[in-house]
Design a binder for this molecule. Structure first.
Ligand code: NAD
Length: 336
């Protein structure tokens, strides 16, 4: 089996991608410091516990497992935290990616799938957003992703590197088999926080502004199922290993859902009451972010299978009511 190093493989999207890789006949090796991930999520390959910044540890893992390609998820990914502490984000996300690229060059591994983000686009004036939209991040988190993409371009001209940058919109949902799902502490994403309210673990969900120029006044986001993301990574990896050129791809459902629509869908799927409060707008939140996914469809043959909103909510709820409860209890006992 072809070995693939998956940095951040104990995290939310990384663990789902390890499962998809194993299903597709690859041998995933999760490389994670467990700062934000869960060891329980590493079920389809070994866990190499290590720091991205540790070049010699990375080189050792690349050589020992005879790694043919890398999928790079490991990053800090909270916008508010990045606003509070930009150096932390540059050190971890940019410094870590530089260490990884150096180790790949030395180990002669020239294939990389990189987790970028729609945050590189900032607040575009037109939607849906295509890949040729201007790169104009509006927070340090998005800026670190943009710098990493530029670094990848520069490395691809400096040495033998072929890469794709995957610009995800809002990852949501959980493994359709209920084996893994989203489990962060603290949780910042809207859907798991809404489900916490539905489950009685939180009192209410705060809507940040209902006076945006959208149909119901709340922000619209493009939610894409985590298993669809995982399958896109497998498709991109196969394309690169088959000789495809470097490039960037948007990954979303290709349609938006407002915060109020998300709340209603959670109420319908869970059958529970979900209390909401409405607060002021959060600075830097664009009204609408929706992906144009034509390029990923055409060039990767990718088709989202689970990304209708109801399915994403149903899978996340099933996970939270099942194995996710056990993970949450473990996290509560393990101080960060
Ligand atoms: N979740 C989303 O909606 C979303 C959207 C756009 C982009 N992304 C990107 O996708 C990637 C994965 O996101 P996620 O939601 O799965 O996050 P996550 O926090 O669940 O996973 C990230 C993993 O990386 C590990 N990690 C972080 N820094 C590390 C370091 N220095 N060394 C080793 N391991 C380290 C963490 O322990 C964690 O397990 C990130 O790069 C994120 O920026 C996520």
């Amino acid at each position: 089996m072809t070995a693939v190093l998956v940095t951040g493989g104990a995290g939310y999207i990384g663990s789902h991608t390890c499962k998809a890789l194993r299903r597709a006949g690859f041998d995933p090796v999760a490389y994670d410091n467990l700062a934000r991930g869960n060891a329980e999520a590493v079920q389809w390959g070994v866990l190499e516990r290590g720091e991205l910044a540790d070049g010699s540890r990375l080189r050792d893992a690349l050589a020992r497992h005879r790694v043919a390609a890398v999928i790079h998820f490991a990053a800090l990914a909270y916008v508010d935290e990045s606003n509070d502490d930009p150096p932390l984000y540059y050190r971890n996300n940019v410094g870590g990616t530089a260490a990884l690229l150096g180790a790949m060059r030395e180990a002669d591994v020239g294939t990389l799938v990189f987790s970028s983000s729609c945050a590189v686009y900032g607040a575009p004036k037109t939607v849906p957003i295509a890949e040729d939209c201007a790169i104009a991040p509006i927070n340090p988190y998005g800026a670190t992703k943009a710098v990493c993409e530029a670094m990848l371009q520069q490395c691809a001209t400096a040495f033998a590197l072929n890469f794709v940058a995957m610009r995800y919109f809002n990852a949501a949902g959980a493994d359709p088999d209920g084996e893994i799902g989203e489990c962060h502490e603290p949780e910042t994403h809207a859907l798991p926080r809404l489900l916490d309210v539905a489950a009685g673990r939180a009192e209410s969900f705060a809507i940040n502004g209902d006076d945006y120029p959208t149909a119901d006044g709340t922000c619209e986001r493009d939610y894409v199922h985590v298993t669809d993301l995982a399958e896109a990574h497998v498709a991109a990896l196969r394309a690169l290993l088959g000789g495809a050129e470097s490039g960037a791809f948007n990954l979303g459902a290709g349609r938006g859902a407002s915060v109020r629509v998300l709340v209603e869908t959670v109420r319908e799927v869970t059958g529970r009451d979900v209390a909401v409060t409405v607060g002021p707008r959060r600075p830097g939140d664009p009204p609408v972010l929706v992906a144009d996914i034509a390029r990923a469809r055409a060039k990767l043959g990718w088709q989202p299978r689970y990304s209708d909103l109801r399915t994403q909510v149903a899978h996340a709820w099933a996970w939270q009511q099942g194995a996710g409860r056990h993970w949450q209890r473990m996290q509560a006992r393990t101080p960060a």
